[in-house]
Every structure is written in structure tokens, then in C-alpha cells.
Design a protein around this ligand. Structure first.
Ligand code: NAD
Ligand code: UDP
Ligand code: UDP
Length: 315
């Protein structure tokens, strides 16, 4: 029998958080969306505001929060290199203090708690594709460390609260995800290329464009998250959630140029420091535990995302 849960989504006004809130509301749950609007926007959740089971609170997760909930999705954290490097100290605080506060909350109310961790815990990987047992190759003092090490410390805290306080934890390691409501100015590759292509501006390839990523469409990812949250208490993760379809950044640029019918040229810019050269998830574990794999083909997902940005640019 269905019973509605009270679910906290931190970072709920962001790209992925807003899609998650929508999905959980559609399932009939009560949603408390918590966000400090650093990279998220009210526009992302404007269509949910009139919903009787949706509530929003402006709150920074580095501070304590006392509410009564059954489940917590801990998403609050800037996700793009430009945004997480804007105030790196705050990024680490958000991951670490944010994890402590949300774990403390979960402990007090005995809520189940989910962490949106990242493939960045693998750093610039020396193993390919990346399985959950790979321990990573992260530069602890580089410009990406505030994000990578922040998430690694958050994972540590999750597993210590699990061992020490018997919390029910679910840790997902998320690989590059795209879709409508990506922030237009956060410098991520999919949004940058689509906006450049739609404006017939040069497409900026960093380095020689031969580095690879594997892009997952938002609805596939959210499905994986909800399945993970609904597993039995014995499942803690970490579980890779992402699309194993790997491509070079140059191939992505060419695909976007073709799909938009753009006149843009490809130009080359310096490769940022510590930029991982290859990334592809091994999703064997997710298939086994969650009976999950991505369904949306790259071109279909890109078409949705292009339509979103086209509408946004046209005002
Ligand atoms: P996003 O930047 O759109 O969303 C993050 C949200 O967290 C924003 O709404 C932001 O305002 C909020 N936030 C940031 N700091 C906060 C704080 N201190 N207190 C309260 N709210 C705060 O990014 P996203 O792509 O939706 O990512 C969501 C989560 O998924 C993040 O934890 C990110 O690390 C993780 N993730 C995303 C990807 C991806 O490809 N999109 C990949 C790996 C991991
Ligand atoms: N906390 C919170 N909401 C709660 C319970 C705890 O925000 O409902 C925060 C509080 O700031 C606390 C942190 O979570 O410092 C960790 O809580 P925990 O109980 O693990 O440790 P302690 O209270 O001993 O610091
Ligand atoms: N990238 C690029 N041009 C851009 C933005 C990004 O070539 O305009 C590259 C970037 O160097 C990286 C890849 O695309 O190799 C993915 O970058 P993104 O910031 O989206 O995510 P992450 O590096 O965190 O995987």
C-alpha cells in the first residue's frame, strides 16, 4: 500500500534537484526543498510552488537544520568547475559541514539518507572504466580538490555514521549528467557547446578535445537515484550511476553542431589544470542491485536540452 513520505531535498532548486522534486511529487510524497540559491534558481521550481505538497526553505546546509522527515536527498553543492572554484572554501564546507548536519538530522529522526557523490572521487583515473572499488587519483591540493576531496570526506562521514550510528545510507557516484535546467553560465561542456552552437559562436574545445566523458540524461539518472533510495537497508553503495556511452569532447561538439544546424567553428583553448583525460562508469553494480541502466540515447537527450536552451535564449 502506498504511504506518502516526507522527503527533504537539499539543493532542490538546482538542475538535478528540481527534476528530483518533480519526480517525487508525482509519486505522491511531501517535499521540503532546501536551497541557498547559490547555483540554483527559483525559476527551476516555479512550476512546483503552487503544489500543495511542495515547500521551499532558503537555507545554507553548512548550518544546522531541525525538521522532521523520513528521507533526505543530500544534493546541495555546486557541481560545475567554475562554480565550485568560485569560493572553494565554501565548497568544502558545503560538502563536509553539509554532510555532518544532514547526517546529524538523519540520526535524530532516523531518516534514510542519500548522498549525491561524484565520479570526481576517482580524480584523473588510472583505471578504465571506473568501478566502485577503484580508489581514485585525486590531486589533494589542486584547484579541483575542494570539490573532489569535499565529496570524498562526505563519503567518509556517511560510512562512519553508518558504522557508528547504524544510519541507513545510500551513496551514489554520479557521472556527467545533462538536460534542461542546466545553468547556462556554469561552463559545463554540454551547456557551453549548445549555447555557442545556437548563437553561431565558436565552440571552445579545451586542450585538443580528445579527452572523454560519458553523458547521462537527467531522467535516467533520477530513475537510478530513486531506485537506489528504495533498496533494502543492506545496500549502502557506493554505486556508480551514469551512462557508459563514452565519447571525446570533440565528438560531442560535432554532434551538437549537427543537431543544431549551427555554423559554428571549433576552436581550441588551454586545457584546465587536473582535467581528467578519460571517464566512463562501469555500471555492473547498478545493473545488478537496481536493475537499472540508462535508456535515453544521447541524440534524444541533446534534442530536449537544445530545445530548452533555444527557448531560454529567445527570451
Ligand atoms: P546545481 O549546481 O544545479 O545544484 C546544486 C544546488 O545546491 C543548487 O541549487 C545550489 O544553489 C545548492 N547549494 C549549493 N551550496 C549550497 C549550500 N551551502 N546550502 C544549500 N544549498 C546549496 O548542480 P547539479 O548538477 O544539480 O548537482 C546536484 C548534485 O549532484 C551536486 O551535489 C553535485 O555534486 C552532484 N553531481 C552532479 C553531476 C552532474 O553532472 N550534474 C555529476 C556528479 C555529481
Ligand atoms: N543537526 C542538525 N539537525 C538535527 C540534528 C543535528 O542540523 O536535527 C546537526 C547539528 O549541528 C550537529 C550535527 O548535525 O552538530 C551532527 O549531529 P550529531 O548528533 O551527529 O553530533 P553532535 O550533535 O554530537 O555534534
Ligand atoms: N570542456 C571543453 N569546453 C568547454 C567546457 C568544457 O572542452 O567549453 C571540457 C572540459 O575541459 C572537460 C569536459 O569538457 O574535459 C567536461 O567538462 P565539464 O566542466 O562539463 O565537466 P567535468 O570536467 O567536471 O567532467
Amino acid at each position: 500500500m502506498f504511504s506518502a513520505k516526507r522527503i527533504l531535498v537539499s539543493g532542490g532548486a538546482g538542475f538535478l534537484g528540481s527534476h528530483l522534486c518533480e519526480r517525487l511529487l508525482n509519486e505522491g510524497h511531501d517535499i521540503l526543498c532546501v536551497d541557498n540559491y547559490f547555483t540554483g534558481t527559483k525559476a527551476n521550481i516555479a512550476h512546483l510552488l503552487d503544489h500543495p505538497r511542495f515547500e521551499v526553505m532558503r537555507h545554507d546546509v553548512t548550518f544546522p537544520l531541525y525538521v522532521e522527515v523520513d528521507e533526505i536527498y543530500n544534493l546541495a553543492c555546486p557541481a560545475s568547475p567554475i562554480h565550485y572554484q568560485f569560493d572553494p572554501v565554501q565548497t568544502t564546507k558545503t560538502s563536509v559541514h553539509g554532510a555532518i548536519n544532514q547526517l546529524g538530522l538523519a540520526k535524530r529522526v532516523r531518516a534514510k539518507i542519500f548522498l549525491a557523490s561524484t565520479s570526481e572521487v576517482y580524480g584523473d583515473p588510472t583505471e578504465h572504466p571506473q568501478t566502485e572499488s577503484y580508489r581514485g587519483n585525486v590531486n589533494p591540493i589542486g584547484p579541483r580538490a575542494c570539490y573532489d576531496e569535499g565529496k570524498r570526506a562526505a563519503e567518509t562521514l556517511y560510512f562512519d555514521y553508518w558504522r557508528q550510528h547504524k544510519l541507513r545510507i545510500k551513496v551514489a557516484r554520479i557521472f556527467n549528467t545533462y538536460g534542461p535546467r542546466m545553468h547556462p553560465n556554469d561552463g559545463r561542456v554540454v551547456s557551453n557547446f549548445i549555447i555557442q552552437a545556437l548563437q553561431n559562436e565558436p565552440i571552445t574545445l579545451y586542450g585538443d578535445g580528445s579527452q572523454t566523458r560519458s553523458f547521462c540524461y537527467q531522467s535516467d539518472l533520477i530513475e537510478g537515484w530513486v531506485r537506489l533510495m528504495n533498496t533494502g537497508d543492506e545496500v549502502t553503495g557506493p554505486v556508480n550511476i551514469g551512462n557508459p556511452h563514452e565519447m571525446t569532447v570533440r565528438e560531442l561538439a560535432e554532434t551538437i553542431v549537427r543537431l543544431t544546424g549551427s555554423k559554428s567553428d571549433l576552436i581550441y583553448k588551454p586545457l584546465p589544470q587536473d582535467d581528467p583525460t578519460r571517464r566512463r562508469p562501469d555500471i555492473t553494480l547498478a545493473k545488478k542491485l537496481l536493475d537499472w541502466e540508462p535508456k535515453v540515447a544521447l541524440e534524444d537527450g541533446l534534442k530536449e536540452t537544445i530545445a530548452y536552451f533555444r527557448k531560454k535564449l529567445n527570451g
